[in-house]
Design a protein around this ligand. Sequence first.
Ligand code: ATP
Ligand code: MG
Length: 256
Amino acid sequence: MSKPKIVCISLWKGGVGKTTTAVNLSAGLAMAGKKVLLIDDDPQANATVALLPKGTEIFNSTRSLYFQGTLQDAMYPSVVLGLDIVPATMDLATVELEITSKIGRERLLQKALKCDFAKQYDYIIIDTPPLLGSIVINALSAADELLIPVKGFYSLEGIHQFLDIIESVRENVNPHLKIGSVLLTMYDDHLLINKDIKKKITEVFGERVLNTTIPPNVRLDEAPSYNQAIFSYDPESKGAQAYKQLTEELLSRWEA
Ligand code: ATP
Ligand code: MG
C-alpha cells in the first residue's frame, strides 16, 4: 500500500465553490473506482451536511484529529460508495484558539494523516474554510498539492498574500506543497467577459488552470440539501457532467 495523494481545496475568499468542488470531486473519484477520504476541515460543516448520512451520530470528528484522536475513529462511511468522510462539527472553530500554545501546532493534521490506516486511500481531499488561520495552515501542511477554485476575477483580490502564505508553509513546514491546479467555478463559457477573466487568470497561473470549467448550475446548489452528491441527485445535469470531466482531467494529470 502506498501513500495517498493529499489534495487541499483552498482559497481565503468565501463562496468560490471550495465545498461544492470538494464534495463532487471526492464523489467523482470514488465513482471512478478510487478509495477516497474527504476531510471536512471547516467548522461550517457544509461538506458534512452534504455527504454524511443523515442521522449519523458523530463521536469523533476532524477536531479529534487535532487532539491526537486516530483517523480510524474519526472516519465514517459517506452516502457515496467508496468515499469515507471525517466530519466537521462547529466546535472545530475553537481549535484556532486552543492550539496556539501547542508545540508543532502547524503539523497536527499532517501527523494525524501519517498513519497506516490512511494508506488504504488513493486520495484524501481536504475542504477548508475561507480564512487564513491555523486550521487552513494545518491543511496546507498536510497536503501534497493545492487545488484553488476561482469564481470570477474578484476572487483573486489579495491572491498575492495567499501565495505568500503558501510559500511560507513550503519554506517552514511542508516543502512538498505545490499549487497543483486552478479551477474556474460558476463560469459561463458563453459570456464574452469570461474569456477575459480566463485569460487574466491564466496570466497568473499558467498551465495550472484546468481546461474543465464548472458552469453555474442550480442542481449543484440543491444537491447538498438532499444529502447527495450531484451524480446521484441529477446525473444528467450540466453540473454532473462538469464534475465528471473535472475528475477525468485531474486523474489524467495525477496518474499520467
Ligand atoms: P465558503 O468559503 O463559505 O466555505 P465555498 O468556497 O465552499 O464557500 P460553496 O459553498 O461551494 O463555496 O459555494 C457557495 C454557494 O454557491 C453555495 O450555495 C453553493 O451551493 C453554490 N454553488 C457552488 N458552485 C455552484 C455552481 N457551479 N452553480 C451554482 N451554484 C453553485
Ligand atoms: Mg465551503
